[in-house]
Design a protein around this ligand. Structure first.
Ligand code: PEP
Ligand code: MN
Length: 338
């Protein structure tokens, strides 16, 4: 961290400020006294320093971070890729493409079990399905809640696929005890109290990037979970808000290699929410694989036209068969090419 002090600072003020920094943050401070101003270079763990607090001090002119504010999620301190292994042996981030697929919402036992069978047959290793749905309208289908989780468990028994489902409130945590991967949706990416509670668990958390959040903010949210001791975080790029209205969101494909560069955490892409249009799922999924994603999350519905949520972006099981074949083939070629 570099701190530029105000030109009129006295030597006594510089000393007192420098002493307070070394005492409070246990950092080493290098001081350069110039003709007009004094510059301080802080060496050590500056991730715990609140930059706004420093900027607000009387003696400070400007302050700049030179090191990222996240530590546990940072590849600099953990050069090897994190590989997440589920108790059933399924892996995320081991160099093989993983696919989480299933309906936006769990609707009926027949629906979820049928979709689970079909996505499994196509090669998906995880079943996704929402039981608590974050809908823009309070009048839209909100999900089946606890009974939706029960249906997911049935589909898991039926197929052996681990289940991925979204949590919206800390109050629901007891219901999620035997969920295999807990999803934090885009709208809750900065629900810090929820993130802190998930940090106390020892199970994988799928963290979706917020609708209007930066890459650094996403990594800071991962840091919240990891700071609690839960290091099993999967990042998910699901499109961000831009001025483009043709698609539901704009897939930020460059976020994939950037997340991979800045962090050791696995990165997956959700082309369904990124586009909102079923016919765009295949090209965006292919782009994600080419960009180096560790996995994909894809919405699949037995009858998209009748889906209770996100029908327009949902693939039929037959369409998913085709997309899965293509993305696995692309991933194989890219791996052989390494
Ligand atoms: C979902 O996965 O169904 C969902 C609501 O996604 P997002 O949080 O990315 O909008
Ligand atoms: Mn959805």
């Amino acid at each position: 961290m570099i701190i530029v002090l105000k030109p009129d600072c006295t030597a006594a003020q510089v000393k007192s400020f420098t002493d307070s920094l070394t005492e409070e943050y246990k950092v080493k401070v290098n001081t350069w006294v110039g003709t007009h101003s004094t510059v301080l270079g802080l060496i050590g763990d500056t991730s715990v320093i609140d930059i706004e607090y420093i900027a607000a001090q009387d003696v400070v002119d400007s302050v700049k971070r030179v090191q990222e504010p996240y530590k546990k999620a940072n590849r600099k301190f953990h050069p090897d890729n994190t590989v997440i292994t589920l108790p059933g042996g399924q892996k995320i981030g081991d160099g093989n493409l993983c696919i989480m697929a299933g309906p936006c919402s769990v609707e009926t036992e027949e629906q979820i079990c049928y979709v689970a069978e079909r996505v499994k047959a196509a090669g998906a290793q995880f079943l996704r399905g929402g039981a608590f749905k974050p809908r823009t309208s309070p009048y839209a289908f909100q999900g089946l809640h606890a009974s939706g989780l029960e249906l997911l468990r049935k589909a898991r028994e039926h197929t052996g696929l681990p289940i991925v489902t979204e949590i919206m409130s800390t109050a629901h945590l007891p219901l999620f005890e035997d969920v295999d991967i807990i999803q934090v949706g885009a709208r809750n990416m900065q629900n810090f109290e929820l993130l802190k509670e998930l940090g106390k668990l020892r199970k994988p958390i799928l963290l979706k990037r917020g609708l209007a959040n930066t890459i650094e903010e996403t990594l800071m949210s991962a840091e919240y979970i990891m700071a609690g001791g839960n290091e099993q975080v999967i990042l998910c790029e699901r499109g961000i808000r831009t001025y483009e209205t043709y698609t539901r969101n704009t897939l930020d494909i460059s976020a994939v290699p950037i997340f991979k560069k800045l962090s050791h955490l696995p990165v997956i892409v959700d082309p369904s929410h990124a586009s909102g249009i079923a016919s765009l799922v295949e090209p965006l999924a292919m782009a994600a694989v080419a960009a180096g994603a560790d996995g994909l999350m894809i919405e699949v519905h037995n009858n998209p036209a009748k889906a209770l949520s996100d029908g327009a972006q949902s693939l039929t099981p037959d369409q998913f068969d085709h997309v899965a074949k293509r993305v696995f083939a692309a991933a194989k070629v890219l791996k052989e090419d390494m």
